[in-house]
Write a protein that binds this ligand. Structure first.
Ligand SMILES: Cc1cc2nc3c(=O)[nH]c(=O)nc-3n(C[C@H](O)[C@H](O)[C@H](O)COP(=O)(O)O)c2cc1C
Length: 408
């Protein structure tokens, strides 16, 4: 959501230089940004840089002449407060509710419905310290959202979790928080194809890229919904804001679905994964039966693969779901059928519990990578919408579920 008023609090981390890029992105995204710095942050970034980026004076002094009520005024002005970078010291101080500088006083004066986002940056030992982790939980308990820290080499030369997240992700999190949908949906998206090992190096899989699931997941996340993307190891990641889990085989996907559905009450499951239809039953080489997934088969010998049909995961989703009112979206690709033929092809998906089916016809596929001609069918055969792209499909699904979504 562009055009919002955002207060960015910078605290004393080496990552202040990256926070300048976050500030710049927010300004370029159309937001009005005011910055507040702690005393330590002022050692890392100059007022001129922040003022130049935002066109606003930098605030740092709780007792500034003429600005003694800045903490209250800023708290009322802000539509969102971002603490970036957030140091260990500041997280612990804010979690204790201390107001001994402008940043602390501003956070205590924050309006209860103003979103608060932290983007921490610190050495791995500081991040994993029980004091810091307890503060994170405390602040989350008060409604703050944390941008996940990066893992890798930190400025101090150590490897581990604690790096400031990438500016793109931080800016996207701000936009997602500001989007604040009237109804925040919990959405599980599956994407990509399952893979069955034949031997130690060869696999049986399909050509799914995971592009559709990724696009839908990213859309819902950007719009402020809670999204888990359960994607194949080789499928495209969503890059923004989704919690991701990875599967490889059919069994992995089956197990992950069972666990996620049983533990989290999803409102919507968008089952875009291309689940394999066949699993390997047996491998026979020179009359000898071999277990799948082992060694490397001799490429000079004939090999017989015995395949068995795999169960349809779609049919298991609702029964496993903690939220029995979950809405399920399935996908169907047909070849050479009209709308009536498509409805009959989709009958089995509705019988397995799908509430909506996204139907693509192979012959209608466009030349552009973003083309996605699709129809959205309801169980009674009614066409709810026609879409030309994945973006349109994502919008359609969101508005459908945000307005008619289930009570959970
Ligand atoms: C060069 C340098 C880099 C630092 N980087 C970090 C950092 O990335 N994260 C952190 O938590 N503390 C860092 N510190 C320590 C903080 O600056 C220090 O704890 C300070 O008191 C934080 O104050 P503030 O949170 O009020 O801004 C750094 C200190 C120095 C000297």
């Amino acid at each position: 959501m562009s055009g919002s008023k955002v207060v960015v609090i910078l605290t004393g981390s080496i990552a202040c230089y990256k926070a300048c890029e976050v500030v710049s992105r927010l300004v370029q995204g159309g937001h009005r940004v005011r910055t507040v710095t702690t005393e330590s942050a002022r050692r890392f970034v100059g007022d001129a840089t922040l003022e130049g980026l935002t066109g606003e004076a930098v605030r740092h002094d709780l007792f500034a002449m003429g600005g003694a009520l800045d903490h209250i005024e800023l708290a009322r002005w802000a539509k969102l407060i971002l603490v970036c970078p957030a140091t260990a010291h500041s997280l612990n101080r804010f979690a204790a509710g201390l107001a001994d500088d402008l940043a602390g006083a501003l956070l205590l004066a924050r309006q209860p419905d103003t979103p608060l986002v932290f983007a921490p940056a610190m050495n791995p030992a500081m991040w994993t310290h029980p004091a810091t982790q307890a503060s994170v939980r405390q602040l989350e308990g008060w409604g703050a959202r944390f941008v996940p820290v990066g893992i890798g080499r930190t400025a101090c030369g150590e490897e581990g979790p604690g790096r400031l997240a990438e500016p793109e992700l931080i800016a996207a999190t701000v936009d997602a928080e500001l989007a604040r949908p009237t109804r925040r949906l919990r959405v599980l998206v599956t994407s990509g194809g399952t893979t069955e090992p034949v031997d130690g190096v060869r696999t049986l899989t399909n050509i799914s890229t995971g592009y559709t699931g990724m696009a839908v997941a990213a859309h819902f996340a950007r719009r402020g919904h809670d999204v888990v993307l359960l994607r194949a190891r080789h499928a495209i990641p969503a890059a923004v804001l989704c919690r991701e889990e990875i599967f490889f085989t059919f069994a992995d996907l089956d197990a992950a679905l069972s666990r996620l559905l049983a533990t989290e009450a999803f409102d919507v499951v968008i089952h875009a994964a291309a689940v394999g239809d066949f699993g390997l039953d047996a491998i026979e080489c020179d009359g000898v039966s071999l277990p799948p997934g082992r060694m490397k088969l001799d490429s000079n010998r004939p090999v017989k693969l015995a395949l068995r049909p795999l169960p349809k995961l779609l049919g298991t989703l609702r029964a496993q779901s903690r939220n029995s009112a979950v809405k399920i979206v399935a996908f169907k690709l047909t070849s050479g059928v009209n709308d009536a033929g498509a409805v009959s092809a989709m009958r089995s998906l509705f019988a397995q519990g799908a509430d909506l089916v996204v139907h693509n016809e192979l012959g209608e596929r466009g030349a552009q990578p973003d083309d996605f001609p699709a129809r959205l069918f309801a169980g009674d055969g009614a066409i709810l919408a026609r879409c030309a792209s994945r973006g349109e499909l994502s919008h359609t699904l969101e508005s459908h579920f945000a307005s008619t979504g289930p009570k959970s």
